[in-house]
Design a protein around this ligand. Structure first.
Ligand code: AMP
Ligand code: ZN
Ligand code: FE
Ligand code: FE
Length: 282
């Protein structure tokens, strides 16, 4: 049998705000010809067990992962790879993050109600199968009820930072995120550096700070990174001795432009990325 050469190291499922279950995602990965995928749901590991079972059945290698939202001036995400998802310290931290969300969602709903949009938390809960309820789920209900024309609209008009129904999420610090990933035996990778909106010089300085907290890698290959940005991030990663990862940030129907296993211009993520990650983490 010929070796499958491609992977996707950044994938969401219904355990957070993706629209495919872990089994469905893995079935799609198999059909797409991917040798391996990392399950990296937001602030939860509840999809990993199902993913491992489905992966074994369908012959797709699964990397147990997570994507943590951390406190920084802008939204910053840290990916954790090869984590022991049963680790108690990690599980406790995840419970804390769930509590943050439980407090935040009713506040978003209240703001929407005050703006005249009749959205209730109960109807949002009905469409969520995992433990994580976030703005994309609220946006789905707003769309269903005809208050907005697209999910993007829901963010642009109401839910995004600076918009009238925005409520900041309490986040853990970046030091804490890296430490919790390490204590669960994983390695910590800065996700989609583009979203930080920094110049190369400023990112260089930030990486030094993150390295001092133990950062292990950076997501160089990513759907929204242009070819030039990828070159810039690769240069920085090599300079800093960071491992290089790549993934699509697949979410299913809620982000329909993102295809599983694909980066910019339909590029794919090489198996070599997984090989180096594995060598580094294990
Ligand atoms: P939350 O965790 O509740 O703060 O929501 C964060 C999620 O919302 C992440 O998956 C983001 O990718 C997603 N998100 C942010 N902006 C948009 C947008 N304009 N359209 C769709 N999803 C978005
Ligand atoms: Zn998401
Ligand atoms: Fe992210
Ligand atoms: Fe993501």
């Amino acid at each position: 049998m010929c070796k499958l050469n491609y992977v996707d190291l950044h994938v969401h499922t219904t355990a957070s705000d993706g629209t495919l279950t872990p089994s469905e995602v893995i079935c799609l990965a198999q059909k797409t010809g991917l040798a391996a995928i990392a399950i990296t749901d937001h602030d939860t590991v509840s999809g990993i067990e199902e993913a491992l079972i489905a992966g074994k059945k369908l012959g797709v290698e699964i990397v147990p992962g997570i994507e943590l939202s951390v406190a920084y001036e802008k939204e910053m995400h840290i990916l954790g790879y090869y984590i022991d998802y049963k680790n108690l310290f990690l599980q406790n931290k995840i419970k804390e993050l769930e509590q943050f969300r439980l407090q935040r969602n009713p506040l978003i709903i209240k703001k929407l109600n005050l703006l005249g949009l009749k959205v209730e938390l109960e109807e949002v809960k009905e469409i969520v199968s995992g433990n994580i309820i976030g703005r994309p789920h609220i946006a789905q209900i707003m769309l269903k009820k005809g208050y907005v024309n697209t999910i993007n609209d829901a963010f642009a008009k109401y839910l995004a930072e600076g918009k009238p129904a925005y409520v900041a999420k309490r986040r853990i610090s970046v030091q804490e995120a890296i430490a919790v990933i390490h204590s669960a035996g994983g390695c910590a990778v800065l996700a989609h550096p583009k979203y930080l909106g920094l110049s190369k010089e400023k990112l260089d300085v930030l990486l030094d700070e993150l390295l001092s907290y133990g950062l292990d890698g950076m997501e160089v290959y990513y759907g929204s990174h242009s070819l030039n940005e990828q070159i810039c991030y690769k240069e920085l990663a090599i300079k800093k001795g960071l491992i290089i990862t790549g993934g699509s940030d697949f979410h299913g129907a809620s982000k329909p432009k993102i295809k599983l296993g694909q980066g910019i211009n339909k590029s794919r993520f090489s198996f070599d990325l997984l090989d180096s990650l594995k060598k580094f983490c294990n």
